[in-house]
Design a protein around this ligand. Structure first.
Ligand code: FCB
Length: 443
């Protein structure tokens, strides 16, 4: 098992605008769906909001310094669409673009390559008022926004991430309603999935037209689907879950088609002639966000997939209830390499959520996180040895931050954030990761 990684392997960390920036209504920023959702009582645990979050908008200099100390060569962040285009279309807010210009400038000064993600779930509220991702017009608006950002920042940003985890924000935001925009409508949801795929094709065109030497990827949430039992019903349920969660996004990109499960729905989804051609091959690389596997049982009551997550009760879990299952990373990478023509891959997120409180200014001793990340990297090494073309790895996340509907209770950072004072204190995992980066491998 290799404990060192290929030369030029990229080591990084990831964050997202709404989860860290704060400054929700400063310098001309427009309202987005997470502002609206978190300001609606009862939607987010503990009534938490991203209004102030980690105050990264004002403290980004400190955060760049932390990353320089960590030794990363890449930083994936996202731009807040409503900070740049407050209404989601039309007028640009120059102060919004300036913030990201300053950030990109400071990253270069610190020898850290900016990886800019255009969409990490914070849709301008004005676009949601017109249906959001259920409305095909949002795809065109996304193309315009991509062009604006590419033209403004393309000199300093070469690596672009189109859309973060379309499966997650469509399922939880438009079907189950537990995340913004809080919609629970099957046809809105199913259209949103196709529009998110299509927006990648349109967005990639806009970036290529404006940025010289661009490198364009995405960030899919991938999770091996395993049957809870070996009954035929559970085996088939796991296959449907795989089509729904993984192939719904992989197949259009690499095969120009949707999996069989989607066949009866193509019209409802709003798939038009030419759409799949725009999506196929639109990226230069695949971004994989990996947290856990999905164990499922047959459930006739769940529309479309007739399957429901049903993790074994006796396996170790993270705070969010996800099974601790780092070996799934190797499985999914080897499978993608085999089934999709061995694309270039970056792990755009991997991490562990925990409930942590600092005591007496002592750094958090987050041994379970270190164990999970270390094991994930071992399985990643095995996937590379098995032929997967993985070029880099980015931890979720640099900082503790606003964990969507769970609010601030769930901490994923290598750095602890005291939300009352916004003080940042590196955890033990920070030093562990600095060591991995330094030796380009595990101990
Ligand atoms: C992913 C999201 C990211 C973060 C992690 C824990 O699904 O992309 O924003 O919330 O989970």
């Amino acid at each position: 098992m290799p404990t060192t990684f290929p030369t030029n392997f990229v080591w990084g960390v990831s964050t997202a605008s709404y989860q860290i920036e704060g400054a929700w209504n400063e310098d001309g920023k427009g309202e987005n769906i997470w502002d609206r959702f978190s300001h609606t009582p009862g939607k987010v645990a503990n009534g938490d909001t991203g209004d102030a979050a980690c105050d990264h908008y004002h403290r980004y200099g400190e955060d760049v310094a932390l990353m320089a100390r960590l030794g990363v060569s890449a930083y994936r962040f996202s731009t807040s669409w409503a900070r740049i285009q407050p209404a989601g279309k039309g007028a640009v807010n120059p102060a919004g673009l300036d913030f990201y210009r300053r950030l990109v400038h400071d990253l270069h000064q610190a020898n850290i390559e900016p990886w800019l993600c255009l969409y990490h779930w914070d849709l301008p509220q004005k676009l949601q008022n017109g249906g959001g991702w259920a409305n095909r017009d949002t795809v065109l608006r996304f193309g315009e926004y991509a062009e604006i950002v590419a033209k403004a920042l393309g000199d300093g940003v070469k690596t672009w991430v189109l859309i973060n985890e379309p499966s997650v924000f469509t399922t939880f935001g438009y079907l189950q309603g537990r995340m913004a925009p809080g919609v629970t409508d099957f046809s809105d949801f199913i259209r949103a999935t196709h529009h998110a795929n299509l927006a990648q094709g349109i967005g990639a065109q806009a970036i290529r037209a404006s940025v010289k030497d661009s490198s364009i990827g995405n960030a899919l949430s991938l999770s091996p689907a395993h049957p809870r039992s070996d009954t035929q019903a559970d085996l088939e349920a796991a296959d449907r879950m795989d089509q729904f969660w993984n192939r719904w996004y992989l197949d259009p990109l690499y095969r120009g088609s949707y999996p069989d499960l989607a066949t009866p729905l193509l019209e409802v989804m709003g798939v038009e002639p030419g759409d799949l051609g725009l999506i196929k091959g639109c990226t230069d690389w695949l971004g994989v966000n990996y947290y856990s596997r999905t164990v499922v049982s047959y459930d006739p009551d769940v529309p479309l997939i007739q399957a429901t997550p049903n993790p074994p009760p006796d396996t170790p879990k993270m705070a969010l209830g996800l099974e601790i299952y780092p070996q799934g990373l190797e499985e999914i990478l080897v499978r993608v390499a085999r089934d999709y023509g061995n694309p270039r891959i970056y792990i755009t997120e991997n991490g562990m959520g925990r409930h942590e409180e600092m005591q007496d200014d002592r750094p958090i001793a987050d041994a379970p996180r270190i164990a999970f990340l270390n094991a994930s990297l071992e399985y990643l090494g095995r996937a590379i040895a098995g032929g997967a073309d993985v070029r880099g790895y980015l931890v979720w996340s640099l900082l503790d931050n606003f964990e969507w509907d769970s609010g601030y209770a769930e901490r994923f950072g290598l750095v602890y954030v005291d939300y009352a004072t916004c003080t940042r204190t590196p955890k033990r995992s920070f030093d562990w990761y600095a060591g991995v980066i330094e030796r380009n491998g595990l101990e």
